[in-house]
Design a protein around this ligand. Structure first.
Ligand SMILES: *Cc1c(COP(=O)(O)O)cnc(C)c1O
Length: 347
């Protein structure tokens, strides 16, 4: 059995021996070497950290394991979050695991079908509110003073702490830190967590530090514009966020690492989404392709040089958003089961 992130990294996390080892087997996700996109770009060492293989299908599970453990330890009975989908799926799963109640607040029309289905299946109480994710987050943050309710958005410090373990794993898997790391940015908790993880490793064991490149969607790029976006728009619902909670730490991660936070268009995101599926066999949801879209954009303008290894974080699983997978495709109609028909297809 593979231990979860609390068990594996207890020495580097804010836990004591009294903290319950809550786990669904999160973490230990594969670092998959690129077989076709990398070579096409002239990159020999391009890797994908496939976080879609976490128990509820996104990296959120790393932080949720720890946030849930600390909530249980503190006597909370309810996990509460606002969510573009994956936080609610993850919170619902860990709440079910621990016999807690999950209350998830999601923007109307703003959540991919698979994620809503997950929250329903895990037995969460779902509150669909009119308005954006930013409004939903603002709402749940007002319930901060009830000790029976644990807010498990990435404003919860244990979320970031748990998520930094992805950086630890990448360095273990590569045997060194990458030169560059590409990651999609929404509420900006994850880029904050990666930077913290890499910095801690550098202090502890002298590992080098990667440049962090954060990808926002053009229609939801407050960190690129330098001001909040009132009506964020993008096909990538997981990063459809106009006023990131971890704003200043994301900017610090960018500047201290010598990286960038840049915007990619929905067309670029969907092109990367398609290439990951068709050229790598990696199914991701649209937001997860944003980092790869930024890599492709930078490669096209020769901004990469010979910085290797390069890691792109694939944040969530493709089955979360089945609509995005079938956009522009047609399901073939049924025909008679004849050898002739099969031969025609085989050519
Ligand atoms: C949450 C999420 C993101 C964005 O992460 P932040 O920490 O909010 O920046 C990106 N991709 C997926 C699939 C997510 O679920």
């Amino acid at each position: 059995m593979t231990a979860g992130i609390i068990e594996r990294y207890a020495a580097y996390l804010p836990v004591t021996s009294a903290t319950p080892r809550v786990t669904l087997g999160e973490g230990s996700t594969p670092l998959v070497r690129s077989s076709r996109i990398g070579p096409a770009l002239g990159l020999d060492q391009l890797y994908f950290k496939y976080e879609g293989l976490n128990p509820s299908g996104s990296f959120k599970d790393r932080g949720m394991a720890l946030a849930t453990a600390r909530a249980v330890e503190a006597g909370a009975r309810t996990l509460l979050c606002a969510s573009t989908g994956n936080t609610s799926a993850s919170a619902s799963a860990y709440a079910a695991r621990c016999g807690l109640r999950a209350v998830v607040v999601v923007p109307a029309g703003g959540v991919a079908a698979g994620k809503l289905a997950q929250a329903l299946a895990y037995g969460a109480i779902i509150l669909i509110v009119k308005g954006s994710f930013d409004r939903a987050l603002k709402l749940v943050r007002q319930v901060a003073d009830d000790p029976a309710v644990a807010l498990v958005n990435s404003v919860n410090p244990y979320r970031i702490e748990g998520q930094k373990t992805a950086a630890f794993e990448i360095v273990e898997q590569l045997g060194r830190a990458p030169a560059e790391l590409y990651v999609p940015v929404g509420n900006a908790g994850n880029i904050t967590a990666y930077w913290r993880g890499f910095c801690e490793l550098a202090r502890r064991s002298g590992a080098s530090l990667p440049a962090l490149h954060g990808a926002q969607a053009e229609g939801a790029a407050p960190l690129v514009a330098g001001r909040p976006v009132t009506r964020p728009r993008t096909v990538a619902s997981a990063i459809r966020i106009g006023n990131p909670a971890s704003w200043s730490t994301a900017i610090a991660a960018r500047d201290e690492s010598g990286g960038t936070i840049d915007a990619v268009s929905d067309a670029e995101i969907m092109a990367a989404h398609r290439r990951l599926a068709r050229e790598e066999g990696l199914l991701v949801e649209p937001a997860s392709a944003a980092g790869v879209a930024l890599l492709l954009k930078r490669a096209a303008s020769s901004a990469i040089g010979n910085a290797e290894p390069i890691v792109c974080v694939l944040t969530g699983h493709g089955l979360k958003d089945p609509q995005a997978l079938t956009r522009g495709s047609r399901v073939p109609r049924a025909i008679e089961p004849t050898l002739k028909a099969l031969r025609r297809v085989l050519g």
